[in-house]
Design a protein around this ligand. Structure first.
Ligand code: AMP
Ligand code: MG
Length: 343
């Protein structure tokens, strides 16, 4: 009995020593590395995904963290851009009609795109590529297509015809269809960027990729981040300011990519039902935990318009929105009213 008790006692002591040893070891590693690498702030800008992207991060190795975050955005662009001929999405488009092997993340984002397509009753549709090509958005040569061309191109816009073979990791789209992840990939990239920053011990950060913004934690001074929503008609003005902690804010606006012909503004957010730029609202901002949700939702609500858009937002949990209609009237979702300062 005594011997048994002694052995058990010894084991308990040993376990306690090991556990406290590990804890001590961890604490020491952490504090010494913080001492080795004092907390710094790094801000860098790079042009990726057709947008000037700014990352500001605070942490013990902020410069390296920001470089890794940009590398991640570059990687996502290389997978999802329809303009880079070697991207997986370009491969699916080039081989329309055939099965194309893709990585699991392509299937995952495709499924998310399909989900938001269904949720919005087809207002969001990543098979919009054939119509976008006609308008020339992304290529730099914009023109108003004629009705016949649009009718032709629109017959290839149908998300229900995209086939996914998850087991074998492959995708097939019908001939003539062109996938365009432009309404969702940037949000996805911003989410991954945020993850990379956190993995690199960043404690506070803001990633601003055109209309897609994500924040990590709170500001250096401990206050929530305050993010401005751009005025859709006065580019130097801010319409409102929103307080954010660890969230994302994504805006779709008719001022982002557009051309004006005979006094009419033609922009890059297309209503799949008509093939023409969606009318009725001019800016939609979505606040969500994930920009991969906010991004497709902002595009979807833009196409749905004020009435249907409001209705969709109010029935989604954890999603808030600001919608500006063509008269300049601003609608704020019920859960955001206390967090927003309208200017
Ligand atoms: P965003 O700026 O996030 O609203 O996305 C606009 C981009 O999404 C466009 O440049 C197109 O590449 C793509 N897009 C345009 N209209 C739609 C639509 N109805 N559904 C899905 N993607 C779209
Ligand atoms: Mg979008």
């Amino acid at each position: 009995m005594n011997i048994k008790f002694g052995r058990r006692f010894f084991l308990i002591i040993l376990v306690v020593m090991v556990v406290s040893g590990i804890i001590t070891l961890h604490l020491r590693t952490d504090s010494s590395s913080v001492a080795d690498n004092p907390v710094t702030s790094t801000t860098m800008t790079r042009f990726l995904m057709d947008t000037a992207i700014v990352i500001k991060a605070v942490g013990p190795d902020s410069e390296n963290a920001v470089n890794e975050a940009f590398a991640e955005i570059e990687r996502v662009e290389a997978v999802f851009s329809r303009h880079l001929p070697d991207s997986q999405v370009a491969k699916i488009n080039q081989h329309a009609g055939e099965w194309v092997a893709v990585s699991p993340e392509v299937i995952e984002l495709l499924q998310k795109g399909i989900y938001y397509g269904q949720l919005s009753g087809g207002a969001f549709d990543i098979t919009i590529g054939s119509v976008i090509e006609l308008w020339g958005f992304g290529s730099g040569i914009n023109r108003v297509p004629d009705e016949d061309e649009l009718r032709q191109a629109r017959q290839y816009v149908d998300i229900s015809k995209v086939e996914i073979d998850e087991e074998r990791g492959r995708v097939r789209i019908p001939q003539g269809t062109v996938l365009d992840f432009g309404g969702i990939a940037k949000g996805y990239a911003v989410d991954l960027c945020k993850q990379v920053l956190k993995e690199n011990r960043v404690i506070s950060a803001m990633i601003s990729a055109g209309g897609d913004i994500a924040v990590v934690g709170v500001k250096e001074n401990g206050n929530p981040w305050r993010v401005g929503i751009q005025h859709p008609r006065i580019s130097t003005d801010i319409l409102a300011v929103v307080s954010l902690v660890d969230q994302t804010i994504v805006t779709s606006g008719d001022y982002e990519r557009f051309f004006i012909e005979e006094g009419v503004r033609f922009h890059h957010i297309i209503d799949p039902a008509t093939g023409f730029p969606a009318r009725g609202v001019i800016s939609v901002t979505i606040i969500a935990d994930s920009a991969a949700d906010g991004d497709p939702l902002s595009t979807a609500v833009f196409v749905l318009g004020l009435d249907q858009g409001k209705e969709l937002i109010e029935r989604l949990d954890g999603i808030e929105a600001v919608i500006v209609d063509e008269d300049g009237d601003v609608w704020v979702s019920s859960g955001l009213k206390d967090e927003i300062e309208l200017l």
